[in-house]
Design a binder for this molecule. Structure first.
Ligand code: PGA
Length: 254
C-alpha cells in the first residue's frame, strides 16, 4: 500500500513573525517537484502571516494545539474555527509537551481530535511512550492505549484521513532517535491496533515518526515500510535541513 509521505515542521515556541515569513518565502519554490505533503506549525500569532506567505506554495500551515470546545469561557486558548479562519489546514494535537506541561489526558486529546474533524481540520495526533515506560517493557501497551483513545470517537472514514505521529518522548529534542527498526516495529503495532477496529482504514492512515529526525537519519527512517513521514522539531528550524528531510521523504516514493 503506497501512502503519500507527510512531513511537518513543529516550530514550538520558536521564530518571530519576521523570521517565520522569511523562512516560508525561502522554502517556497524549492518545494517544486516534491511529491510530499509538507507543512509547518508556527506559533499561533504568526499563523495568518504564515498562511499569506505560503499562499503560492504547496506548504500547509498547522496550529500547534486547539481547544476541545468551539467557543466559551476558556481564557487563553484558540478554537478550531479560529485556526480554520486563519487558513490552517492541519493541527497538531496531544504533543508530549502538551501532555507533560499542560496536563493533557488521553480523553482531552481524543476530544480535540473529534473537534478538529468537526470543523474540517486534519489532526496530527501525537502518541509515544516515556523512557521509564519503555524500560519497564510497557511501550506497546501505552501507545496502544493512546491510539485506542484517539480513534474512539472517529468513524472509519475519519480514521483513514487521520495522521498519527509516533514520537517516543525520550527521543524528542535529545538527539537520540529510535532505530529505524524499532520505530518501524512500533508503527506496525500502531497500525495493527487501528486495524482491529477499523479494518482497511488502517491501510490509509498515515503514521509519522518524530524524535530527533535530521538529514543524517531521515533516509533510514523514512525508507521503512511502516513510516509514512516525519514530525520534525529542531531540524525544521533551518530551511536547508528541513528541505533535505522533505527530499528524503520524496525519494521513498520512487
Ligand atoms: P525534535 O522534536 O525533532 O526536535 O526531536 C520533534 C517534536 O517534538 O515534534
Amino acid at each position: 500500500m503506497s501512502r503519500k509521505p507527510i512531513v511537518f515542521g513543529n516550530w514550538k515556541l520558536n521564530k518571530s513573525l519576521k523570521e517565520s515569513v522569511e523562512f516560508i518565502r525561502a522554502l517556497d519554490g524549492r518545494l517544486e517537484g516534491l511529491d510530499v505533503d509538507a507543512g509547518i506549525a508556527p506559533v499561533t500569532t504568526v499563523l495568518e502571516s504564515a498562511v499569506a506567505a505560503s499562499r503560492n506554495s504547496k506548504l500547509a500551515i498547522a496550529g500547534q494545539d486547539v481547544h476541545w470546545c468551539d467557543s466559551g469561557a476558556y481564557t487563553g486558548t484558540v478554537s478550531g474555527n479560529h485556526l480554520l479562519e486563519l487558513g490552517c489546514s492541519h493541527v497538531i494535537i496531544g504533543h508530549s509537551e502538551r501532555r507533560q506541561f499542560f496536563m493533557e489526558s488521553d480523553d482531552r486529546v481524543s476530544d480535540k481530535v473529534r473537534l478538529a474533524f468537526d470543523v474540517g481540520l486534519t489532526p496530527i495526533a501525537c502518541i509515544g511512550e516515556t523512557l521509564a515506560q519503555r524500560e519497564a517493557g510497557h511501550a506497546e501497551k501505552i501507545v496502544a492505549r493512546q491510539v485506542s483513545s484517539i480513534v474512539s470517537q472517529l468513524t472509519a472514514d475519519e480514521v483513514s484521513r487521520l495522521v498519527l505521529a509516533y514520537e517516543p518522548v525520550w527521543a524528542i529534542g535529545t538527539g537520540k532517535s529510535a532505530t529505524p527498526e524499532d520505530a518501524d516495529h512500533m508503527h506496525l503495532v500502531i497500525r495493527n491496533c487501528v486495524r482491529k477496529q477499523f479494518d482497511d482504514a488502517a491501510d490509509t492512515l498515515r503514521i509519522q515518526y518524530g524524535g530527533s529526525v535530521k538529514p543524517a537519519n531521515a533516509e533510514s527512517l523514512l525508507s521503512m515500510p511502516n513510516i509514512d513521514g516525519a514530525l520534525v522539531g529542531g531540524a525544521s528550524l533551518k530551511v536547508d535541513s528541513f528541505l533535505e528531510i522533505l527530499k528524503w521523504a520524496d525519494s521513498t516514493r520512487s
